[in-house]
Design a protein around this ligand. Sequence first.
Ligand code: 9D3
Length: 256
Amino acid sequence: MTFDIVTIFPESIRAGLREGVVARGIAQGLLDVAVHDLRDFTADRHRSVDDAPYGGGPGMVMKPEPIARAVSAVRAQRGHLDAVILLSPQGRVFTQAEAVRLSGLEHVTLVCGRYEGIDERVRSLVATDELSIGDYVLSGGELPALVIVDAVGRLVPGVVGAEESLEDESFSRGLLDYPHYTRPAEFEGHRVPDVLMSGHHSEVRRWRKRAALERTLARRPDLVDAAALDDEERRLLEDLETTQRVTRMRGTDAKE
Ligand code: 9D3
């Protein structure tokens, strides 16, 4: 799978790609990430990528021509682009489902915004999608581009090794992860739950399912509603919901 990233900070992107799972995927030839300096696609002697907004107001707006020329160059090089994604706070929020969708594509181009915004015509004429990584203010699209390459790249077969297997991952099942423990058996007075040291594999599995559900219910009830639960998980969930309801009623003086 290939990613082309268009940015005015190519070194920030390269720095983010030097280590980790994605770096290994690149070294193995499973991923190809090309970084394109937007200033290489400017036409004036100042290499301008931004200009003042029509209608006035503060800040600068990214000019459309360098972005359009950069994406055209990438398209000419790749032959075809499956998606041209504009990274901006106005985009749909990037999710694991979106990561899965993108991992099925061959060529994905990511355009990083900076400044107050991007000329609106880039949206309509160049981009096929517009994505945000969440509701917080960043300084530009470079970190979001790295987030997307990481989340999508690790879904490409072979990029994540067997020992890190995707199978058990919380978000692939739609729940938060269960609690993890390693040695020592007691740390600062806190013991590892006995069941995990019992060697009783079916008991361990059940404990983990229950713990994952309990934690998800407490921290991210929105995920529980959307999760694909098996029969055992459905039973555990009913049990947990009853227990939580009883606990809540005790807390409120048991009057309801
Ligand atoms: C302070 C400027 N803001 C006025 C309401 C608008 C604004 C413009 C540009 C806010 C942030 C940015 C730069 N951010 C991105 O380009 C960006 C981003 C983000 O800030 N949060 C989450 N995902 C993304 S994807 C691209």
